[in-house]
Design a protein around this ligand. Structure first.
Ligand code: SAH
Ligand code: SF4
Length: 431
């Protein structure tokens, strides 16, 4: 989401005659687009801000801005030099990027500049993002902003504000333009894409399944992915739509968070573990060959050994292909911070995290081993990280596939016979 937002920021700045540079030392303005989801994300930003300060000596007019969720969460306290021990010139929340040129004028005249007003409407629908750090093959398209689910642990509803959806036609046009300029994969982004809804002036509504189908018709050669689906809102209609269109990837990211219904209830996730497993069953029935990935939090408030054991069991039952796994990090102002003490000791959280990671590694390896001997369609992204003799791309399941180059170009599809694998990568030969 931040990657996509940075492309919007780059677009606003480029329109105003600024240019981007890959060389930090050449920059007159440095923006850090920040995440507040866990404390360690914020710590990384603070360290980065500290590292940047010496640059001011060489460049007295240098402007350093904090953008995004941390700007929204920490507000003007980020401008308090005495408190922070470092200097920030601009603080800009996620709905204020259109105001950047004006804020730049203030900052350039030596004043501190801040805009952290959240909007109920802003979707940046008319801004064409500058794909400044892209591989030229896959791109993100932001289809909605904000979140109103208020999962008890989560800071997003506070930093990104009200949920709002972007007009479908603008999304279609952006996808078409990307395809026409050589892109072959787009990921539709939102905090809870299943609650996407747009109502036009005649009160006709477009829901997410219709939107994905519409984008899939740009071309059968354009792969379509999306993230993230909240399990409580994953509809049968969406599952049927994925099954219907070969170019909508057979990969669903469905964050489970915990395998214990009591933990899920404290998390305010609004589903039980049985509801969750019923969604998994519905996916597997309609799309037998679908990769399912998830997010898991260990050590949420009050998590007992037994509740944690249920998470391990649920992971096994769901048989995830991939997972993002995190230790619970209490965020100030959230419902959990007010209601539930952060009472699982750090070492227990960490130990449980190691256990889920170990468990997932085993399942990811088993999932990859099942692909050995199969032929999969791979969208090539470029050379493999390790060798210029190999190219790397992704399968519809979103698995990384590496195979010997035969003069392939990024954006090309190849049929690849899988010959071996690790837990993270499939290795093969193009057919
Ligand atoms: N909107 C998406 C998730 C966005 S945040 C969804 O609901 O699925 C991505 C992931 O970060 C979440 O799924 C959750 O697993 C994790 N996360 C969010 N807040 C967290 C916190 N306070 N501590 C640890 N992990 C957290
Ligand atoms: Fe956070 Fe829950 Fe919204 Fe995801 S759905 S962004 S976890 S509040």
């Amino acid at each position: 989401m931040n990657f996509s937002d940075s492309e919007i920021v780059a677009s606003v700045m480029t329109e105003n005659n600024y240019v981007t540079t890959k060389e930090q030392n050449e920059a007159d303005v440095i923006f850090l687009n920040t995440c507040s989801i866990r404390d360690n994300a914020e710590q990384r930003v603070m360290n980065r801000l500290k590292q940047l300060q010496p640059m001011r000596k060489k460049k007295p007019g240098l402007i350093i801005g904090v953008l995004g969720c941390m700007a929204e969460r920490l507000k003007s306290s980020l401008l308090e030099e005495a408190e922070l021990g470092l200097r920030v010139d601009m603080v800009v929340g996620p709905d204020s990027y259109r105001d950047l040129p004006q804020l730049m004028l203030d900052a350039e005249s030596g004043q501190k500049a801040i805009n952290i007003i959240l909007s109920a409407e802003e979707t940046y629908a008319d801004i064409t993002p500058v794909r400044f750090a892209s591989n030229g093959v896959s791109a993100f398209i932001s289809i909605m902003r904000g979140c109103e689910n208020f999962c008890s642990y989560c800071v997003v509803p506070f930093t990104r504000g009200k949920e709002r959806s972007r007009e479908p036609q603008t999304i279609y046009i952006e996808a078409k333009q990307l395809f026409d300029s050589g892109y072959r994969e787009i990921t539709l982004l939102g905090q809870n894409v299943n609650s996407y809804v747009w109502e036009d002036s005649q009160s006709n509504k477009t829901h997410f399944p219709e939107l994905v189908a519409m984008v899939a018709t740009v071309s059968p050669l354009l792969r379509v992915r999306f993230a993230t689906s909240h399990p409580k809102d994953l509809s049968d209609k969406l599952i049927a739509t994925i099954a219907q269109y070969p170019n909508i990837c057979n990969a669903i990211h469905l964050p489970m968070q915990s395998g214990s219904t009591s933990v899920l209830s404290r998390m305010n996730r609004k589903y039980t573990i049985d509801d969750y497993m019923a969604r998994i069953a519905a996916i597997r029935t309609a799309i037998p060959d679908c990769a399912i990935s998830t997010d898991i939090i260990t050590g949420f408030s009050g998590e007992t050994d037994d509740e944690f054991a249920q998470t391990l069991k649920a992971m096994e039952q769901a048989n995830f292909d991939f997972a993002f796994m995190f230790k619970y990090s209490e965020r100030e102002g959230t419902l959990a911070a007010k209601k539930y003490p952060d009472d699982v000791p750090e070492n227990v959280k960490a130990h449980r995290l190691q256990e889920v990671i170990k468990h997932q590694q085993k399942m990811s390896l088993a999932s990859n081993k099942k692909d050995v001997g199969k032929v999969v369609e791979v969208l090539i992204e470029g050379f493999s990280k390790r060798s210029k003799q190999h190219v790397s791309g992704r399968s519809s399941h979103n698995k990384v596939v590496v195979f010997p180059d035969r003069g392939f170009a990024p954006g090309q599809y190849a049929l690849v016979k899988i010959t071996s694998c690790s837990a993270a990568t499939l290795i093969g030969e193009a057919q």
